[in-house]
Design a protein around this ligand. Structure first.
Ligand code: SF4
Length: 253
């Protein structure tokens, strides 16, 4: 009896390993397919505070507007914690107006700058030098900094082992059906982190955003033009005669 239980348990564990391995291969194949189609843009900003400011500015606007706002803020005030903390709020608003929601964004940027000056002597790299989980915790304690912003800073400014998940990546992950269990930020992040080699995180993050903007759009995905449809649960349902995403299931990202 004990031997039988042992065999059953072993088979179960092996089948779980098999599923995990298949899922891992699938996600890697997805990224390799996207690599053949798109040229990922180069992530130019490396300064953690500038990434933080850019990510706040990017909420509900295009990257073109973010770039304009960043350029203006840089030339008029200088994007570093000390300058922003000391700057007049109205001047900050004026610089970032093009990025929209400038009242709320300017207050948040100034407040974060003040905290960084007071708590870390104006040097955010002190936070990034901490072990990953500690650095993440510190960043998340800043007002208005959520998981995505923290992880973007950790990956692109400090090359930490973390995969940032934005709204495009959430939507694509949901449609692909890759998350077993609760569908939330942390689970999605862990799925991608486990599946991809460390040196693919940055490029995969960018490729998925491009793919989300161009093909797997939030309103109506262009499934007939999709090169990764063979990996997609949503597409499987669609072709199986189901209606695909019902209005109830529609992804709200
Ligand atoms: S098949 Fe459609 S839903 Fe699935 S990943 Fe491609 S575009 Fe998105």
């Amino acid at each position: 009896m004990i031997v039988l239980l042992h065999v059953v348990r072993r088979c179960y564990l092996l089948s779980l390993c098999g599923i995990a391995m298949r899922s891992k291969t699938k996600l890697l194949s997805i990224i390799e397919t996207l690599e053949k189609i798109y040229v990922p843009w180069k992530w130019e900003i490396r300064d953690p505070f500038k990434i933080l400011v850019s990510t706040i500015l990017s909420q509900r606007t295009s990257w073109r507007n973010v770039r304009k706002a960043v350029d203006r803020l840089e030339s008029k005030i200088g994007i570093n914690p000390k300058n922003i903390a000391e700057a007049n709020l109205e001047n900050i608003k004026e610089c970032i107006k093009v990025a929209g929601l400038y009242n709320a964004k300017s207050v948040r940027i100034k407040e974060i700058a003040r905290i960084i000056v007071e708590k870390y002597d104006g040097d955010l790299s002190k936070v990034l030098n901490l072990p990953l989980e500690d650095a993440r915790k510190e960043l998340l304690s800043l007002p208005g900094v959520g998981f995505k912003t923290a992880d973007v800073i950790l990956l692109f400014a400090a090359n930490k082992r973390v995969f940032p998940v934005d709204t495009h990546i959430m939507r694509i992950s949901k449609r692909l059906g890759i998350v077993k269990g609760r569908f939330n930020y942390e689970n999605i992040r862990h799925v991608w982190e486990k599946a991809l080699p460390r040196d693919k995180y940055a490029v995969a993050h960018i490729l998925l955003i491009i793919f989300g903007r161009e093909i797997c759009k939030s309103g109506k995905p262009l499934c007939d033009k999709c090169s990764i449809a063979r990996f997609c649960k949503f597409y499987e349902k669609l072709k199986g005669g189901a209606r695909g995403e019902s209005s109830k299931e529609r992804v709200a990202y």
